[in-house]
Design a protein. Structure first.
Length: 272
């Protein structure tokens, strides 16, 4: 059986990673993790100042073999994203790792959402993902190395109360990803989805604030209630999600594809 050299199994040297939602939270943590592992990282988002800040922070432990860049584009416009990624690849070479990550839909019950709320979310999450993958897959195929990693939510497994549109769209992303996994596996391209649980991000802060406002409770009470559902007894850190993304992006995960992986402190494991 062919062995994997332990010194290189987690290295991303000579790989080019495209990281969505990179200005904050999980996306930012993943950009740092990939750069620290030797990848050239292109940070993607719609906030130019935020992208410049993250770009300046990224390390280059492998020196001149790493070049970090930014791509300013709004995932709400999937057509523009496809054009921008195509142009970026033409200018800077193949993308080997895609972290598909973007902001979640507005909270609220599904019954109160307008049809166009679902349509906009579908375009931002599924159609934009499709445009990115179609742009990047040929280069992955030629390199015989590709990693597509989606960041969604544990709502893929169990819907979260008060996140009707998000629950629907996150499940769509997960099944789109599993379909791709079977299609792209023969090309050496893996497709996996990380399902973060309650993780310390601006998104979670906004959800907790919304719940507190609707229920008349304090934010601290809402947070304590959430933590009570987590066997590990704490919220997750963005860096913990990034560590899992780094594994999925690495050569060590070469035989893992089509997985929806909860990273949630055991919360979904304990739900009936």
């Amino acid at each position: 059986m062919k062995s994997i050299d332990e010194s290189i199994q987690y290295s991303l040297l000579s790989r080019h990673a495209l990281v969505g939602g990179a200005t904050q939270g999980i996306g930012r943590a993943c950009a740092h993790a990939f750069a620290n592992a030797g990848a050239s990282v292109t940070v993607v988002g719609r906030n130019a100042d935020g992208l410049k800040k993250v770009l300046a922070e990224l390390s280059s432990p492998c020196g001149s073999s790493q070049t970090h860049r930014m791509l300013l584009v709004d995932y709400a416009d999937w057509r523009a994203v496809g054009v921008a990624v195509d142009a970026h690849i033409a200018a800077h070479g193949a993308v080997h790792i895609v972290l598909h990550n973007t902001g979640g839909p507005a909270p609220g019950p599904a019954i109160d959402a307008k049809p166009e709320d679902f349509s906009r979310a579908f375009e931002q999450h599924v159609l934009t993902g499709q445009a990115i993958v179609q742009a990047c897959a040929p280069g992955m195929r030629d390199a015989k190395y590709g990693r597509i990693i989606n960041i969604t939510s544990t709502s893929v497994l169990t819907p979260i109360r008060g996140l009707g549109v998000s629950n629907t769209i996150r499940a769509s992303v997960a099944n789109w990803a599993r379909s791709l996994a079977g299609e792209l596996a023969p090309l050496g391209i893996t497709v996996n989805t990380i399902l973060p649980g309650f993780t310390k991000t601006a998104r979670l802060d906004a959800i907790f604030k919304g719940r507190a406002s609707r229920s008349g409770s304090s934010i601290e009470e809402i947070e304590r209630g959430a933590i009570a559902t987590i066997p590990m007894g704490r919220l997750g850190e963005a860096q913990e999600i990034a560590a899992v993304a780094l594994f999925l992006a690495s050569p060590a995960a070469s035989y893992l594809t089509g997985v929806n992986l909860p990273v949630d402190g055991g919360r979904t494991a304990m739900q009936s």
